[in-house]
Ligand binder design. Structure first.
Ligand code: SF4
Ligand code: SF4
Length: 392
């Protein structure tokens, strides 16, 4: 190379070269892209990113800050992929581009900071590991690392930022008489943020596997309230050759089974219009659309957003965008609340602590601006407030 500019190696993107050529620049992806809608910059559309990926791969475009910004200003929501008439695997190309940039240590500073926190403290928030045990109810503290049929993998967002969801999970399990355990301060980060940043992680899943091996009895199932953790445990670990040796489920699937078996009984229904929001990682990326609606239908008649299921709009918290461009990501949450307001929604229910956090923050601004108050809830909280166990 004759200049001192940085160029990608191409080893990750090479396999997707054909995908970059498939893009006809028709622009149909533009109308759905939340990153475009948040900025009105064409460089944020999938089509511009496909051209950029092609240019990077050809060695025509060196890596600079604008390249990093463009590749990371994306929620990886996958709506462009759904819309694309040429079936371009846009998100695969974007993820491979992130891997190329990570290979050069060209990752946005805020994301690097979160990754450093994971390295030092085991979570992106930079909380001490012991904080994972602070929100636990006493019953759950008594079952820390004891072993049991079901391992609860809380994930960093629920563990460190959502006391209500964390506490509700264990109260429900106690109520239903489930044999469970959880790892507390020994729970490692699942690695999803490393994945989103483009870092290869040889350690993917290995830390969790080591912890599982210490549990006696060994759990038969791991459940998590976080769609990012679910995707990681259920899809990304196996794709990276890691077998945890147990079944993995989103916790909503497990709670629905408890209701169906009669271990939990519904005591109350919700009053008002209840809208279900599909998290991108659970919906478009894991195709789990019916299960959350089935669980929620025990408690309410589920109303749909105009854009729902595979057409759902992102809350803004996906792809690490919250850490790289908070303004765009919060504008996405606000846009979703505007949709909910047009439908006269009272509750906005999701199955993702990150979606809940995005909507809760946006809802307080929305209330100040319009006077409209939304009740933003995780499905876990709905189950907690409106069920009883056999004994109660
Ligand atoms: S819709 Fe598909 S083919 Fe059209 S510009 Fe977007 S990525 Fe390219
Ligand atoms: S994944 Fe989502 S945010 Fe990223 S380019 Fe596609 S539509 Fe836009």
């Amino acid at each position: 190379m004759s200049d001192d500019k940085k160029y990608i190696k191409g080893d990750k993107l090479k396999a997707l070269y054909d995908q970059t050529l498939l893009c006809t620049s028709c622009g149909y992806c533009k109308s759905v892209c939340p990153a475009f809608k948040g900025t009105l910059w064409d460089h944020n559309t999938a089509r511009s990113k496909m051209v950029l990926a092609y240019g990077l791969l050809q060695g025509d475009i060196p890596v600079d800050d604008s390249v990093v910004q463009s590749i990371f200003e994306c929620t990886t929501c996958g709506d462009c992929m759904r819309r694309c008439p040429s079936n371009v695997k846009t998100v695969d190309v974007l993820m491979a581009a992130r891997q190329e940039l990570a290979g050069l240590h060209e990752v946005p500073e805020t994301m690097e900071l979160a990754l450093e926190n994971i390295e030092k403290h085991g979570n992106p928030q930079g909380e001490p590991a012991s904080a994972r045990e602070e929100f636990l109810p006493d019953e759950a503290k008594a079952k820390l690392r004891t072993g049991g049929d079901v391992l609860v993998f809380l994930g960093c967002v629920a563990s460190n930022t959502d006391m209500k969801v964390t506490s509700a999970i264990f109260k429900i399990l106690e109520r239903a008489g489930v044999s469970y355990t959880t790892l507390g301060e020994k729970e490692p980060c699942c690695g999803f943020l490393n994945y989103l940043a483009g870092y290869d992680s040889d350690a993917f899943g290995k830390g969790l596997l080591e912890q599982i091996e210490t549990l006696n009895p060994r759990p038969k199932m791991v459940v998590t309230p976080c769609p990012g953790c679910y995707r990681t445990l259920h899809h990304i670990y196996p794709e990276n050759g890691v077998d945890l040796g147990l079944e993995s489920k989103h916790i909503l699937e497990f709670f629905d089974e408890l209701i169906e078996k009669g271990d939990l009984t519904v005591t109350k229904k919700l009053e008002g219009n209840v809208l279900y929001h599909d998290p991108c990682d659970l919906g478009r990326h894991a195709e789990m659309y019916d299960e959350p609606r089935k669980l929620l239908s025990h408690f309410a008649e589920v109303k749909e957003f105009k854009f729902n299921r595979d057409k759902s709009h992102c809350c803004g918290g996906g792809g690490g965008l919250q850490s790289t461009n908070y303004d765009i990501s919060s504008s996405m949450a606000k846009a979703r609340l505007t949709e909910a307001n047009e439908l006269e929604g009272d509750f906005i229910v999701s199955a993702c602590p990150a979606c809940k956090s995005m909507f809760s923050n946006a809802a307080s601004d929305f209330k100040k601006e319009t006077g409209k108050k939304f009740k933003v809830r995780d499905l876990v909280e709905i189950v907690h407030k409106n069920t009883k166990g056999k004994e109660s």
